[in-house]
Design a binder for this molecule. Structure first.
Ligand code: C2E
Length: 694
């Protein structure tokens, strides 16, 4: 028994009963209500849902047309069958036009059941269609509202549907998009291979492809997208349509790139960091192997960087690293890489070299770029680098070995002095190991009291008396014997131990000077002052020592090299002026080998110039060195500076300086560096007249 809710609009109760019986006889379990007015129909419609409406054509207060109008008003699609006496063709047509589904004559109810069944069936299919339509409208409003591009294309790429976001991206409007617009026109050429070889075959074979792609917007700008492509088959199981859903991932990409940049770049200099440098090196190696090219790895370390940090502060140190990075970057080609390897170390990878000599061209460029002072915290700071280079393939076949070799070469360069460059050589490895062992011993040398001072006499050429000595440190190593300063001073510099050891030297020298003074020999004692010492509390240290040993400040001469004062001219001026006020004299050591900027001679309160022994060794009357040495003596005279010639080994050399009225000479000819006790007889013999009786 089928359930049927029937609303019967009928003024005749008998006719309604007849109708009900007819339906019940045919298997309907009926819930029926008879009404005969508009109000009753309204109430019935509000009361519940009806499966079917039967209506007589006319009643005293109501009729079929009014009933149909009422359903229409309430947007109700209920099968409506007019069951009436003869009404004439015109009226029947009118009723059908007004929305009735069928017309059955009361005296021929045999048609009733098939008509009811058909109308119920059709109503159900209309309902399903409507539900599907509603569903489609809902889905399409979602698609229209989504910010992702959604499109349906045929296999040729022609767009059959594209949502609002898609239209906006591609600059299409409803009219010009279909049917000839091709979605493939909005893909950059370089994604074609991925689309043809990967995305489409997968979507066709497996029904779906998911991945990252790029779409061109209406301006031709690339939008990176996360894309899904679905294939849709027809009833013959052939793919007929493809749908595409593309999500704009620009923001994600931007974050990914920022993250990637942060992981691979140094936050301070924005140069590639160690991770990226290694990656670039491994790529360069692959390239070099393929193309049979040379590669050079340059390891660069800032000389005395700690001093800049200590003297000017960490922010200034950071600034300095940034500026060095910028200048280095200007020295290389775009295909090469410069990065910060850590601390004050930089790395340069040079690819595609034809010969090792190419490296030296870059080194020249780097030196030229660093020759101008760096303006840091209102100070002009001169910066030099120790550079080591390794070459592929000879110095290492992989990243690890090339880096190690360039590091070893840099280490060797650093130990040779400031501003040095070295290519890697296999024997450097042994030297490196030796230096490491030396460094370990050096750290214990001070507490084991292994340092001693030797003194080398300086002869005053006008009086022919020894008036000064230079204090020169020696390291009395238990196994190695007497180690010369050339082998350990750079190590002391590099480890920072130079400050402690330098202070010990200064104190020992002051003590010795005071002892000589006490014995009646007012000798001036010259003490070498290293760059770091110069930067760290030098004034306080000197002041305290002069007080402690009640030493006449004129007995102390500090020797600094040109590079030490030129590193930070303002700071040097400040220190030198204070030392002068204290009464301590100052000598420029190794004069003629460094900057030789004459301007600073006037600016700094200097007492003497020491002609470097390299000009003294090859001295003969007509040599270039002789001309330089003579020029320095003349310069001293005209600037009212004392000139000391060092490395004087022969009488002829001594005579040369005597003839040019050089003030003092120092060298093996006068006496080698020696312990204080050995010096005593020498002074006694020469300086009889000089002795002051207490
Ligand atoms: N061939 C030759 N050489 C001569 C002659 N006369 C002196 N010399 C050597 O020349 C160097 C002069 O010292 P320097 O230029 O200050 O050069 C010094 C100085 O830069 C550094 N040094 C030595 N002692 C100290 C020190 O106490 N403190 C610091 N900071 N550096 C020191 O080590 C360098 C080398 O010192 P030394 O090996 O003692 O070498 C000394 C000395 O032994 C000569 O007639 N012929």
């Amino acid at each position: 028994m089928r359930k049927l809710r029937a609303l019967i609009i009928e003024d005749s109760e008998d006719d309604a009963t007849l109708l009900i019986h007819q339906l019940q006889r045919n298997g309907y379990r009926l819930f029926a209500k008879r009404i005969e007015t508009r109000e009753a129909m309204l109430e019935a419609l509000q009361m519940q849902h009806w499966d079917i409406v039967f209506s007589d054509y006319t009643m005293p207060c109501f009729n079929t047309l009014e009933a149909l109008a009422l359903l229409h008003e309430h947007h109700l699609d209920i099968p409506f069958i007019m069951v009436s006496g003869t009404v004439g063709e015109d009226r029947a047509v009118e009723v059908m036009k007004a929305g009735a589904h069928d017309y059955i004559m009361k005296d021929s109810l045999s048609r009733l059941i098939p008509a009811v069944e058909r109308e119920l069936r059709e109503a159900e299919s209309r309902r399903q269609r409507q539900a599907a339509d509603n569903e489609r409208i809902r889905l399409s409003s979602i698609l229209e509202a989504t910010p992702d591009l959604v499109a349906i294309t045929d296999l040729k790429g022609r767009i059959h549907y594209i949502n609002r976001a898609g239209r906006r991206w591609l600059g299409l409007d409803e009219k010009n998009r279909c049917p000839m617009t091709l979605l493939t026109d909005y893909q950059p050429f370089w994604t074609a291979a991925l689309m043809e070889n990967n995305a489409l075959p997968s979507a066709l074979a497996e029904g779906v492809w998911e991945g990252e792609m790029v779409i061109l917007d209406s301006n031709g700008s690339e939008i990176p997208v996360s894309q899904v492509i679905l294939s849709h088959r027809n009833q013959q199981n052939q793919v007929e349509f493809l749908s595409t859903i593309a999500r704009d991932i620009r923001e994600r990409k931007h974050y990914e790139q920022a993250l990637q940049h942060r992981v691979t770049h140094d936050a301070l200099t924005h140069l590639p960091n160690r991770i990226l440098l290694r990656d670039r090196l491994s790529r360069a190696l692959i390239n070099a192997e393929r193309n049979q090219h040379l590669i050079a790895v340059l390891f660069l370390d800032i000389d005395n960087f700690k001093q800049i940090n200590d003297a000017l502060g960490h922010l200034a140190g950071d600034n300095c690293l940034r500026m060095v990075g910028q200048r280095l970057a200007q020295c290389i080609r775009t295909n090469d890489t410069v990065g910060r390897y850590g601390g004050d170390e930089f790395l340069i990878i040079l690819g595609n070299l034809h010969a090792p000599a190419d490296v030296e061209i870059i080194i020249k460029k780097i030196r030229a770029a660093l020759s101008q002072p760096f303006r840091i915290n209102n100070h002009d700071v001169f910066i030099t680098l120790s550079i080591g280079a390794s070459l592929y393939p000879q110095d290492g076949g992989d990243e690890e070995n090339l880096l190690k070799s360039s590091d070893t070469a840099m280490y060797t360069a650093k130990h040779t002095g400031r501003d040095q460059f070295r290519f890697y050589a296999p024997k450097m490895k042994d030297r490196g190991r030796e230096l490491l062992a030396l460094e370990t011993d050096l750290r214990r040398a001070l507490e084991r009291e292994e340092f001693i001072l030797h003194y080398q006499p300086q002869l005053d050429l006008s009086t022919n008396q020894i008036t000064a000595v230079e204090a020169l440190v020696r390291w009395q190593h238990a196994q190695r014997g007497l180690v010369s300063p050339g082998d350990f001073i750079p190590l002391l510099e590099q480890t920072g131990l130079i400050v402690e050891v330098g202070n010990w030297i200064l104190e020992t020298a002051c003590k010795q000077a005071q002892a000589w003074w006490a014995w009646g020999y007012p000798l001036r004692i010259a003490v070498n002052c290293s760059a770091r010492q110069f930067q760290q509390h030098l004034l306080d240290t000197v002041r305290q020592l002069l007080q402690k040993y009640s030493l006449n400040p004129a007995c102390l001469e500090l020797e600094v090299t040109e590079s030490v004062v030129m590193q930070d001219v303002q700071y040097a001026t400040h220190i030198l002026q204070h030392l002068k006020v204290m009464g301590v004299t100052l000598a420029i050591d190794d004069f003629g080998t460094g900057y030789s900027s004459l301007a600073y001679l006037k600016r700094f309160p200097i007492h003497s110039l020491k002609i470097d022994h390299s000009f003294v060794h090859e001295l003969s009357d007509d040599s270039e060195d002789a001309a330089i040495a003579e020029a320095i003596v003349l310069l001293g005279h005209s600037l009212d500076l004392e000139v000391i010639a060092e490395g004087v080994e022969s009488e002829a050399q001594a005579q040369f300086f005597q003839n040019r009225q050089c003030h003092r000479i120092q060298g093996y000819w006068v006496g080698r560096p020696m312990p204080a006790e050995n010096l005593f007889p020498l002074i006694e013999a020469r300086n009889i007249k000089c002795r002051i009786e207490n």
